[in-house]
Design a protein around this ligand. Structure first.
Ligand code: SAM
Length: 225
């Protein structure tokens, strides 16, 4: 059974989409979408040999070799123009890594209409990449599974302006302010305050000073939510 996290990611893939799942690991996400007949064609990309092999094994076991092409490649290098990919999923990585995959692979985005990301941390990197590259956030979700909190950000082409709070917390998530959202930011804020407290006991080098300023800023931002 697919995790609640990946099931949520899958729910944003439109029926009939041609998908590239980057960093697919076991290829659970594309396999789930094929099994449920939501899509019939996908690329599973992996940069590491071990996960690439397990993706191939899993696709074979499920009998989806005609539907899912597993490729070894860094980021969007796994995508070829002739694939006709119109949807990309990148899940289970940090926001900055996801943003760098999109940045480095921007020439492969020509036919892509929707990008579904699930950053584990620093989701604001994805929002920053989006506004700088002509994408808008069309939906967001936050969920908790096994004590961990995950965010999903869905992008389509367009232009938008987000203020500082929206960039940090997500325009949709900020509006919704769900209990999980509150819990996430209370957790983060508690952690920032703890780090700030211990830095206050440390000496005041320029680096420590900068870090403290940054922590104060973040604590202040959370206070405005
Ligand atoms: N997407 C799956 C999920 O959400 O459950 C797997 C997440 S796993 C934590 C991250 C995967 O991304 C690893 O298998 C790793 O090898 C792969 N990965 C990391 N950087 C990558 C890159 N630049 N290109 C392709 N895959 C990458």
């Amino acid at each position: 059974k697919l995790s609640m996290r990946l099931t949520a990611v899958a729910s944003y893939v439109e029926t009939g989409a041609i998908l590239a799942d980057i960093g697919s690991d076991h290829a659970y996400l594309p396999c789930y979408l094929i099994r449920n007949e939501k899509i019939s064609k996908a690329i599973a990309g992996e940069v590491v040999k071990g996960p690439f092999e397990s993706a191939k094994k899993n696709v074979k076991k499920e009998g989806f070799e005609n539907n899912i092409t597993v490729r070894l490649g860094n980021g969007l290098q796994a995508v070829e123009e002739s694939d006709g990919v119109d949807t990309i999923t990148i899940a289970g990585m940090g926001g900055p890594l996801i943003a760098s995959i999109l940045q480095e692979g921007h020439t492969k985005l020509g036919q892509v209409k929707r990008i579904i990301t699930q950053p584990n941390i620093h989701s604001s990197s994805i929002r920053e990449w989006a506004v700088q590259n002509g994408w808008v956030i069309i939906d967001e979700e936050i969920l908790k599974e096994d004590g961990k909190i995950y965010e999903i950000i869905v992008l389509e082409r367009g232009q938008a302006n987000y203020d500082e709070l929206e960039m940090k917390f997500g325009p949709y998530l900020l509006k919704e302010k769900s209990p999980v959202f509150i819990e996430k930011w209370e957790r983060e804020s508690t952690e920032w305050k703890r780090i700030l407290g211990s830095l206050e006991k440390a000496g005041d080098t320029e680096e420590i000073y900068q870090r403290k300023e940054q922590l104060r800023k973040e604590i202040e931002l959370v206070g405005r939510v």
